[in-house]
Ligand binder design. Structure first.
Ligand SMILES: Cc1cc2nc3c(=O)[nH]c(=O)nc-3n(C[C@H](O)[C@H](O)[C@H](O)COP(=O)(O)O)c2cc1C
Length: 185
C-alpha cells in the first residue's frame, strides 16, 4: 500500500487511555479544532458542536459521580472488584475533553467526520485521544448525568454523542487486529 504522512498517521494512531497531567498548548488545541471543522459535511451545514472542557474540578466531578453510580449499579461483587482495580477516571486523566454533539433533528452523520479529523490531527502532532462512548449510558440515562450535561454549554436541541480525550500520551499501546471481511470488492 501507499505510505505517506497521512496514511502512516492513520495506521499508527491508537486509542490512548493514560495521559501526562500537563495541559496541551493553545496552538495544539487550535490545530485540532481547526482541522476538525475542515471535515466534509452535507451541503456544508456543519452539523456539529464541540464543547472544550479543561476544568479539572468539573472533570473530576464527572469521574467521582460516574464511579459512584457504576458501583451502586454493579451486578455483582466481581464487577465491583473489577471497577476498583482500575484508576477511577472517566477520562483516563486527560487534561482536555472535547464533548461532541450534533443537532438532534439532523442526526450524527457529520459529527463522525469532524471527530475523526480531530483524532487524526491529534495523532499527527503527538497528542493522544480516546472516544468516551461508554459513559453515555450514565450521562444521558440518569438525572444526575443529565445535570452534568446541562453544564457542558451545548446549544439548545443538540444531543451529546461522545467525549474525546485529548492530551500528551503516557502509554503507547499495540494495534488491535483488524479484519477485512467487512469489505467486498
Ligand atoms: C464511538 C466510539 C466509542 C468508544 N467508546 C470507548 C469507551 O467508552 N471507552 C474506551 O476505553 N474506548 C472507547 N472507544 C475506543 C475503542 O475501544 C477503540 O477505538 C477500538 O478498540 C480500536 O482500538 P484503537 O482505537 O486503539 O485502534 C470508542 C470508540 C468509538 C469509535
Amino acid at each position: 500500500m501507499i505510505l505517506n504522512e497521512v496514511t502512516k498517521t492513520i495506521l499508527e494512531r491508537r486509542s490512548i487511555r493514560a495521559y501526562k497531567p500537563e495541559q496541551i498548548s493553545e496552538e495544539e488545541l487550535e490545530t485540532v479544532l481547526e482541522c476538525g471543522v475542515n471535515a466534509p459535511s452535507g451541503a456544508n451545514r456543519q452539523q456539529w458542536f464541540v464543547s472544550v472542557m479543561q476544568d479539572k474540578a468539573f472533570l473530576e466531578e464527572i469521574s467521582e459521580k460516574l464511579y459512584a453510580w457504576r458501583i451502586a449499579n454493579a451486578a455483582s461483587e466481581e464487577e465491583i472488584a473489577r471497577i476498583n482495580s482500575r484508576p477511577r477516571s472517566a477520562h483516563f486523566g486527560a487534561p482536555t475533553v472535547l464533548w461532541c454533539a450534533y443537532p438532534a433533528a439532523d442526526g450524527p452523520a457529520n459529527l463522525g467526520f469532524l471527530a475523526e479529523n480531530m483524532v487524526l490531527t491529534a495523532a499527527s502532532i503527538g497528542l493522544g485521544t480516546c472516544f468516551l462512548g461508554g459513559i453515555m449510558a450514565y450521562l444521558k440515562g440518569t438525572e444526575e448525568g443529565k445535570e452534568l450535561v446541562s453544564r457542558m454549554k451545548l446549544p439548545e436541541g443538540y444531543e451529546l454523542a461522545y467525549g474525546l480525550t485529548l492530551g500528551y500520551p503516557a502509554e503507547s499501546p499495540e494495534a488491535k487486529p483488524r479484519e477485512k471481511k467487512w469489505i467486498r470488492i
